[in-house]
Design a protein around this ligand. Sequence first.
Ligand code: LRH
Ligand code: MN
Length: 388
Amino acid sequence: MQDIEAVRAALRAQRIETPSWAYGNSGTRFKVFAQEGVPRDPYEKIADAARVHALTGVAPLVSLHIPWDRVDDYAHLAAHAHDHGVRIGAINANVFQDDAYRLGSVTNPDARVRRKAVHHLLACVDVLDATGSRDLKLWFADGTNYPGQGDIATRQAYLAEALAEVYARLSADQRILLEYKLFEPAFYMTDVPDWGTAYAHGLELGPRAVVCVDTGHHAPGTNIEFIVAFLLSRGRLGAFDFNSRFYADDDLMVGAADPFQLFRIMHEVVRGGGLDPAAGVNFMLDQCHNIEPKIPAQIRSVANVQEATAKALLVDAEELAAAQQAGDVLAANAVLMDAYATDVRPLLRELREEQGLAPDPVAAYHASGYAERIRAERVGGTQAGWGA
Ligand code: LRH
Ligand code: MN
């Protein structure tokens, strides 16, 4: 049986990073539904993220996306975050929304466009310096839609060149999180389509170029926990972009579509020592709340990660190893299924109460009047969104 005190300590020490863009309006190519009370600037986004942390106790970090969160003074924004009890986390570069990037950013056949893209990536490192953040997250929409449109090897060489220039600019405590995605917006070939490509580029760059696993970026049926176990074993699992999906990159609440998959992923994280801060894994959410209220959806998502983590921490590692060693297939599977079948909600409610938090953070949010307050206060101005 697992040492319950160790389980509770690990849950108390869990840290989840919420994305600034989840608090703004988002949607699909069909429609972006605006919601009342949505933030109008990064300051209000951070205030909402701070509410999630105040109610869950485990979400003290907020990712920014540039230029969606562009401000004149990033140090001032970092101080604002500090005043609200949170910190600015990963900085996301954006080289996927400028007209110049129609045929790619760092892989564009036009050297002037590649320069423009690298210039933005380097400017995002300046933001890291100003906010004191460690992680520069790089996701490239770069790819092609038709066979023959682009030369794959040449584009990979351009990508490697750009990454090397950015890597050389990093200071000793800064990292590149290279995120891969199978498809969309490119529909024939994506230049960083899978974990192997991200991993290989990272190996070529150096130890501080690690992989970001977005749980919505794989082909259906992909065993994501295998990727997690492999990257962890090689010290190259840098971060998660947690969300869930039924079909493609749906960016739904993590654990909503497939809680068993999230549990299997967290089991490999626990097994591989990934919960230890020294392992350097950044647990981030990357979601879009197109129709549901955003702050309670973020709170629910944080709780879903906590529940999957608690179940994973309850896996009897010794019993599992013994059954695996004995080749007892059913016994080994049963160890995992027993942990998964455990209702960990009472444990999490207890932990929250011990930390002076409400046992049910979603209910506490609704009772707090915060939603009504921001609806009343945030009138006028332009609501934040993806600016697409
Ligand atoms: C791309 C992605 C990436 C972000 C964006 C908001 O699909 O997952 O992590 O830049 O979503
Ligand atoms: Mn992502």
